[in-house]
Design a protein around this ligand. Structure first.
Ligand code: GLN
Length: 322
């Protein structure tokens, strides 16, 4: 059984974060999220498979860019690290998520901005768009331990303003990087962005990463450990777009955000943490989500780079080793 303080801490932290009520939800999702502007939810899943939620943790929202981490992992699992690295870099871009940017050799900077995510979608194996989507939905569902589906309503909103994503796909096609039709690749990308989850399901997806690729609730191995290590590495350095540097210094977790207001963080060996709150900052990250993560990282001592004494020396008060 999870310590009851986990739930108490989540509830208390949600109340603290509620005060950060400024910012606007993504304007093109306004119709879809009409009732939800002030929604606030958080859930944790431990590597023991225990799920604890607070706030509106049973409500669904679209993964949006959080899906980029999952599709990257599927591409790595299916194609191998070398092939994926030949098409997608692992460098922070320092630019907005939808920037038309490429490294000198034509590769997108990393898989967690739109250019790289569209490229990752273009590496998913399958003869048709349907086959590729089937594979992705299967893997996403295995990560969550639940049957996940595309929201047709979110998808329609995505399709209405997809020009930028088409531009990115054509940019990649013109560099000879895409093997599939760029329009199909964008359709696949928009569909993966429109997959709906609850914070509870998203926390389980994170806990599967925290468990090295084995779902702690179902016991199913979804990804190899090396795939997860690679994915978490780019989440740590690139997951929060052009706010990734301050994120690592302040929160210190591999994470990914999406314009629906979703956020996922992973503490390897320990837990997945998911939050949802639609009001966004200028980078496209959830304002309350960032606050929740900042506070929970402090409260639960989650920063993965903080110095900790080896267990054998616990109790020593200095920095010297013996
Ligand atoms: N569907 C959105 C887009 O492609 C996802 C972006 C995001 O979540 N930051 O623009």
């Amino acid at each position: 059984m999870t310590d009851p303080r986990v739930h108490e801490d989540l509830v208390a932290t949600l109340e603290e974060a509620r005060e950060f009520g400024w910012g606007e939800p993504a304007d093109y999702l306004r119709d879809v999220q009409r009732r939800d502007h002030d929604a606030l939810a958080a859930a944790v899943c431990t590597t023991d498979g225990e799920v604890v939620g607070a706030g509106q943790h049973d409500r669904t929202f679209a993964l949006q860019s959080v899906s980029k981490a999952f599709t990257y992992a599927v591409a790595l699992q299916e194609c191998g690290l070398d092939r994926v690295l030949a098409f997608i870099g692992v460098e922070p871009s320092g630019e907005a998520f939808n920037e038309l940017s490429q490294l000198d050799d034509g590769r997108p900077f990393n898989p967690l901005i739109n250019a790289g995510a569209i490229m990752a979608q273009g590496l998913v194996p399958g003869d048709t768009l349907e086959e590729r989507e089937q594979l992705l939905l299967e893997r996403y569902s295995a990560l969550a331990g639940d049957d996940l589906q595309v929201s047709e309503e979110v998808l329609r909103a995505e399709q209405v303003r997809a020009d930028r994503n088409f531009a990115l796909a054509h940019m990649l096609a013109s560099s000879g990087m895409l093997t599939y039709d760029p329009h199909e690749v964008v359709q696949g990308y928009l569909r993966q962005c429109s997959v709906e989850v609850t914070t509870g399901q998203l926390a389980v997806m994170g806990a599967t990463f925290a468990s090295g690729g084995r779902n702690p609730v179902t016991g199913e191995r979804v990804f190899e450990e090396r795939v997860v290590q690679q994915t978490l590495s780019v989440m740590l350095t690139c997951g929060m777009y052009d706010a990734s540097g301050s994120w690592v210094t302040q929160v210190g977790l591999p994470a990914k955000s999406g314009v629906s207001g979703a956020m996922l963080g992973v503490v390897p060996g320990s837990l997945g943490l998911a939050t949802w709150s639609p009001r966004l900052d200028s980078h496209g990250n959830s304002i309350r989500g960032v606050e929740l993560f900042r506070r929970l990282s402090d409260r639960w001592d989650l920063h993965v780079l903080r110095h900790r004494e080896p267990l054998s020396q616990a109790g020593d008060d200095g920095a010297t080793t013996h």
